[in-house]
Design a protein around this ligand. Structure first.
Ligand code: ATP
Ligand code: MG
Length: 349
């Protein structure tokens, strides 16, 4: 059997391990938290992500190792990569965990972004100051209005970015295998509140072929520049004129791709497992339309959710507390009107 090591045992590790099981692939996850969501489908080694004993165990036991989060010590990944294939490669994880390297990589690949500066600089349209390391779900960033002071709004190494007057937020999930074959999912629309993803519509309403092609090109250029293996997500801003800017890149499965479990031929989780385990990629064709709603801070009544036609409940086995993602609901439908009706019944968003 193939054994897949996963650095991280949260909900992404859980859904990766659930997708690996029917392929006959066993998973081992490293996770310091006491109740690891991945534990229902993976052996969990309870240790910090850089723990040498845990890494030695992974190196001995696994055929390949992947990550479910980018905030992993890169030296630990480098040590592992000398002993077992690590996909995507530690270099790429190093870029994605540092907003400065990430912006430089996007520029090098010719992918447009918001104006940005390595120093603390105020932009006329307003400024977002972001910590270089460790930010997620909008934590580690501060929005400063035009004319405001950007100095000392955050401690540590930061970059500054111009506030983008976007029309909407989109993202694209794509996968690349060891031979360089690529599949891309339809571009989706994401709605955030308080820096946290609330809901995804897939495909994005009013998606035209130009937008899909532009997003597709961003993902393909990055993956080929990085000789990437696995699933990647690129978060996008769409401007009023329809053009796209890249916001950030996740070298892993992504929250805006959860709808692919019920909404497409091959979920992003199975796709990632296939890619990193040297198996052929599957079709990313959508069945119809879908919406994914995150469950944040509270767990709804399961019976009420499941009474809605086309609704699928995913709980992560996490204790709810304010602001914490504890699950998601995906609703699928044949077309937009039916999807809207079903979402109204769901009363979650
Ligand atoms: P996540 O982990 O949820 O993706 P994050 O903490 O890594 O979030 P970003 O994706 O950079 O941070 O920003 C979170 C959200 O803040 C964005 O989805 C967007 O809504 C808003 N935002 C970030 N940068 C800008 C910007 N330059 N202009 C306008 N809005 C922005
Ligand atoms: Mg983001």
């Amino acid at each position: 059997v193939t054994t897949l090591g996963i650095i991280g045992g949260g909900q992404l590790g859980r859904m990766l391990a659930l997708a690996a099981a029917p392929l006959g692939i066993e998973c081992v996850a490293v996770e310091p938290a006491e109740k690891a969501p991945a534990a229902i489908a993976a052996d969990v080694i309870r240790a910090t992500y850089g723990d040498r004993g845990a890494l030695e165990h992974l190196a001995r036991r696994c055929d390949v190792v992947t990550v479910e989060l980018e905030h992993v010590p890169v030296d630990a990944l480098g040590w592992l990569a000398e002993r077992v294939p690590v996909r995507p490669s530690p270099n790429v994880v190093a870029i994605a965990q540092d907003r400065l390297l990430e912006k430089q990589a996007l520029r090098a690949a010719g992918i447009p972004t918001a104006a940005w500066a390595e120093a603390l600089e105020a932009f006329p349209e307003g400024t977002v100051v972001k910590r270089r390391f460790g930010g997620y779900d909008g934590r580690g960033q501060v929005m400063v209005p035009p004319g405001g002071t950007v100095a000392a709004v955050l401690d540590g190494d930061c970059i500054s970015e111009a506030v983008v007057p976007f029309e909407r937020e989109l993202s694209i999930v794509a996968a690349r295998d060891l031979d360089g074959a690529v599949v891309t999912y339809p571009v989706v629309e994401n709605r955030h509140a308080d820096g946290i993803l609330r809901a995804t519509r897939a495909p994005a309403p009013r998606l035209d072929s130009r937008t899909q092609a532009q997003a597709d090109g961003f993902a393909r250029r990055l993956m080929s520049a990085w000789d990437y293996v696995g699933v990647i997500a690129v978060e996008l801003f769409q401007l009023v004129d329809g053009s796209l800017l890249a916001n950030e890149v996740a070298p892993r499965v992504h929250n805006s791709g959860h709808w692919t479990i019920e909404g497409t031929d091959t979920s992003q989780f199975e796709q990632h497992v296939r890619a990193v385990c040297s198996l052929p990629l599957g079709s990313a064709e959508p069945w119809g339309v879908a919406a994914m709603v995150n469950l944040i801070g509270a767990i709804p009544d399961a019976a009420a959710v499941l009474a809605v036609p086309g609704a699928h409940l995913h709980l992560y086995g996490k204790e709810p507390w304010p602001g914490r993602k504890v699950g998601h609901v995906t609703v699928v439908a044949a077309e937009e009107t039916e999807l809207d009706e079903r979402l109204q019944c769901l009363k979650l968003c």
